[in-house]
Design a protein around this ligand. Structure first.
Ligand code: ATP
Length: 248
């Protein structure tokens, strides 16, 4: 097993509020790792720190080591554009650009000086299980797609840049059950090529797709392990209570 992405002794504060406390996590290559825990425990803050989304928050203080393989994600020598090319991100609410389906994919390729001919667009849309549904409407504004299709478009946009890691922050929480299952099938397919970290509130989802799970509480990692162990045999009472819905 190879560790693709890691955080070691990570502490993050926003002004005087400490949000992450000595967090250490490892995401293995070609695996899906779920981050679970009650609202406000710091899951999104952790995920976002991996592609430097807090850079523009002047009162954010980040201490500790974050690495993509051996590369220090916060090194002054590494441009943030390179990080975001290698570590893609998909958000809770699909956020397509106000452009056509085709241009949603082409735009990111163009600004990264990558080929953006139709075959590349087709490949990304195929990889995101969307091509067959949109191939005759590539010039249609992306916002006319359904929510689930928009989310798959955002995934296509991320995979078009050939990242190594895809971070997903509750990618299905705004979707109906059928669209959710489609995205889960897609995520399972994507792990053959990419390393995936996903924040989810959906315990069934974590069990259906994640190889490994971290349970967080009040800014700390309380327990981690193979997903099946976490759900069937949690070591801590708190993990047990959370996954059984005693609190959330
Ligand atoms: N940019 C920011 N400025 C100030 N506080 C922030 C910022 N981002 C996050 N926080 C705070 O950090 C804490 C953790 O938030 P975070 O979104 O990481 O939690 P979460 O576990 O993902 O929650 P949820 O499951 O509800 O999305 C919260 O108290 C939140 O208000």
């Amino acid at each position: 097993m190879k560790t693709k992405l890691s955080a070691e002794n990570l502490n993050i504060s926003f002004a005087t509020k400490q949000v992450l406390k000595n967090v250490s996590v490892e995401f293995e290559e070609n695996k899906i790792t779920a981050l679970i825990g009650p609202s406000g425990c710091g899951k999104s803050t952790l995920l976002r720190s991996f592609n430097r989304m807090h850079d523009l928050v002047p009162y954010a203080k980040i201490q500790g080591s974050l690495k993509l393989e051996d590369m220090d994600i916060y090194s002054k020598n590494v441009p943030v554009t390179e990080i975001r090319k290698r570590i893609g991100m998909v958000f809770q609410k699909a956020n397509p650009f106000p452009k056509s389906i085709y241009d949603n994919i082409a735009y990111g390729l163009k600004i990264n000086n990558l080929p953006h001919d139709k075959s590349v667009i087709e490949k990304a849309l195929t990889e995101a299980f969307l091509w067959d549904e949109v191939k005759d409407d590539l010039k249609m504004p992306a916002h006319r797609l359904s929510g689930g299709q928009q989310q798959r478009l955002c995934i296509a946009r991320a995979v078009a840049l050939r990242p190594e890691v895809i971070l997903m922050d509750e990618p299905c929480s705004a979707l109906d059950p059928v669209s959710t299952i489609k995205i889960e099938e897609l995520i399972l397919h994507l792990k053959e090529k990419y390393t995936i970290a996903i924040v989810t509130h959906n315990m069934q989802q974590a069990q259906r797709i994640a190889d490994h799970t971290y349970f967080m509480y009040l800014g700390e990692v309380k327990e981690s392990g193979p997903t099946q162990d976490i759900f069937e045999n949690p070591k801590h009472e708190m993990t047990k209570n959370y996954i059984n819905g005693v609190f959330g």
